[in-house]
Write a new protein. Structure first.
Length: 317
């Protein structure tokens, strides 16, 4: 199997060019990568230099050529202080334009048309110079990864320093043979990409309707540094329940938002139920912002589902 590498939660920030590492003096922000779990898999991205004062989103393309499996635990690693997130996507990427092993700039949302998130993770801890994020599923549960899947591995970095940074990202998987998976889980994500944020105070809300009965294992919200508040309401025929509420959004939550977790069997959602996500911002500039400079999204893991559950509606207000 070809060993590939990892990812970032959505295309955030402005695109930055991919820079060759050769002959460039850079601050070495690499770290010791832990070994994968016994019987697991490990992906390691090629070394990359992030230019100074840039917001860099790049993608690595490859094909998973192993057996059909269930991924039980995903753990991602990025350089402490600079890594924003890592994400696995799958989608139609022209193999002639981007053969396996290609690395390309993917900070523009138009680049991601038709992509689907394969895995999502939540920030967990900082250790050994690495920002560590993960999704640790209950025993017997897995997220589907089939042999022959074309993977788009997206990594996002924010280098606010005057120096170039040398980085190397990685991901470890704990896996189950397909026959040993007792129940399938999948990523869920609700977000908008048409979301102008004018100068001053503003807000928006959007609704997503669940098509199937599922249980949620965890949820978190995502905005950037100009966010001021974020909430998630669960609307049923019996009323409305606020299940996630961050009335004072801290700029640090861009990378480490509050996490809401539920014990098994999780938080139940019925077909026809509606989730309403609300976001508010204060834009101190005199310029209107839009995705991906700002974001409004909620995401997590749901079961039983073998297919990612994605909603990208127009804002309601």
């Amino acid at each position: 199997m070809r060993h590939l590498a990892l990812l970032a939660l959505a295309a955030c920030g402005n695109p930055a060019g991919i820079t060759d590492t050769a002959d460039i003096p850079a601050v070495d922000a690499r770290f010791t990568i832990p070994a994968p779990p016994e019987g697991g898999l490990q992906w390691v991205l090629p070394d990359a230099v992030i230019p100074p004062s840039t917001d860099s989103t790049r993608c690595y393309v490859d094909s998973y050529d192993g057996e059909d499996i269930g991924v039980n635990t995903i753990t991602t690693y990025q350089a402490e202080g600079y890594g924003h997130h890592l994400l696995f996507w799958t989608g139609d990427v022209d193999p002639e334009l981007y053969p396996d092993g290609s690395v390309f700039d993917c900070g523009n949302p138009a680049t991601m048309s038709g992509w689907m998130p394969l895995f999502v993770v939540h920030p967990d801890r900082i250790e050994g110079g690495a920002v560590i994020a993960m999704s640790d599923l209950p025993d017997g549960m897995g997220i589907s990864l089939d042999g022959g899947t074309r993977l788009i591995i997206q990594t996002h970095y924010l280098n606010t320093t005057p120096d170039p940074l040398l980085v190397r990202d990685a991901v470890n998987f704990a896996v189950l043979p397909e026959a040993e998976v007792e129940v399938w889980a999948a990523a869920w994500g609700h977000g908008v990409t048409d979301m102008p944020v004018p100068p001053g105070e503003s807000s928006l809300a959007f609704d997503c309707t669940w098509a199937e009965d599922v249980n949620l294992l965890w949820a978190l919200g995502h905005m950037h540094q100009r966010g001021t508040a974020l909430s998630l309401d669960h609307v049923t025929p019996g009323g409305t329940t606020r299940i996630y509420d961050v009335p004072e959004w801290d700029p640090a939550y861009r990378d480490t938002p509050p996490l809401l977790e539920w014990d098994m069997p999780g938080y139940p959602v019925a077909a026809g139920d509606v989730f309403t996500t609300r976001c508010a911002w204060f834009n101190e500039t005199d310029t209107e912002l839009n995705y991906p400079d700002e974001m409004c999204a909620t995401t997590g893991i749901a079961w039983p589902s073998k297919i990612p559950i994605i909603c990208n509606p127009m804002p309601a207000e």
